[in-house]
Design a protein around this ligand. Structure first.
Ligand SMILES: [Zn+2]
Length: 240
């Protein structure tokens, strides 16, 4: 899926980046602009196909640059599984402030095959999730004005399925049709949207997680409705 990527220009202010040689700085910045990095910042690298490329008059050993970047921790490179990950990629792109994108990153993380990359991804997602959870908690405190937050159980997979079937795997608002998914969130990758559960009576106003209080809504319509950001967080941690 095409993502708009930010050029991480703030890196020029970081000593750890400034001490890299110019070719390594260039290699890292070029890598950060690769569309294959998606929302997560991980991509396959076909090492057999990476060799010397010509940049102007210079011959550049791309693999050597990647190895050097991995040595100093700017990337995580698994040469056996042929995957790489840029741990700060989501930070560069403000993913923790963008729930849709964070959710896509989580979905993309399920495709990781390398144990090394998966561990690094889990570390970063864990940190971002805590940031997101803190924000959610702040919102909850504002919404409930001093009341203690209720513990939020994950919505049962069976209820989720029941609601999606009831709506024919389509958004209740815009009727966008999704392909049935046996588990998790049905997704239309081409459109960059997925199906979610929408609380008819918002959870923050006492609505429950019974099928009768839920309807299927695509991620766009659910955001547009904008009733309760916390549901997104719960949905994200519970499903997908
Ligand atoms: Zn919709």
């Amino acid at each position: 899926m095409a993502e708009s990527v930010q050029f991480p220009s703030g890196l020029w202010n970081e000593d750890e980046f400034r001490v890299l040689t110019a070719p390594l700085q260039g290699a890292f910045l070029t890598l950060c602009l690769r569309p294959e990095l998606g929302a997560l910042g991980a991509m396959p690298v076909f090492l057999g196909r990476i060799a010397l490329v010509t940049a102007g008059a210079e011959r550049v050993d791309v693999l050597d640059n990647l190895r050097r970047l991995a040595l100093v921790g700017w990337i995580v490179l698994d040469e056996v599984e042929e995957e790489l990950f840029v741990p700060r990629f989501m930070e560069f792109n403000g993913v923790e402030k963008n729930p849709n994108r964070l959710r896509r990153a989580i979905t993309e993380s399920h495709a990781i095959e390398s144990a090394i990359v998966a561990a690094a991804v889990a570390d970063v997602l864990d940190r971002l999730a805590r940031i997101d959870a803190n924000r959610a908690a702040q919102r909850l405190r504002r919404v409930e004005a001093g009341q203690r937050p209720r513990a939020r159980p994950n919505i049962d997979e069976e209820i989720r399925h029941t609601v999606y079937v009831r709506h024919g795997w389509a958004c209740a608002y815009c009727s966008h049709q999704f392909a049935p998914a046996p588990t998790g969130a049905p997704e239309d990758e081409a459109a960059g949207i997925w199906l979610e559960l929408d609380h008819i009576r918002p959870y923050s106003l006492g609505g429950d997680d019974a099928a009768a209080n839920l309807r299927a809504a695509c991620s766009t319509c659910n955001r547009r409705r904008g009733v309760d950001d916390l549901d997104l967080w719960a949905d994200k941690t519970g499903g997908a």
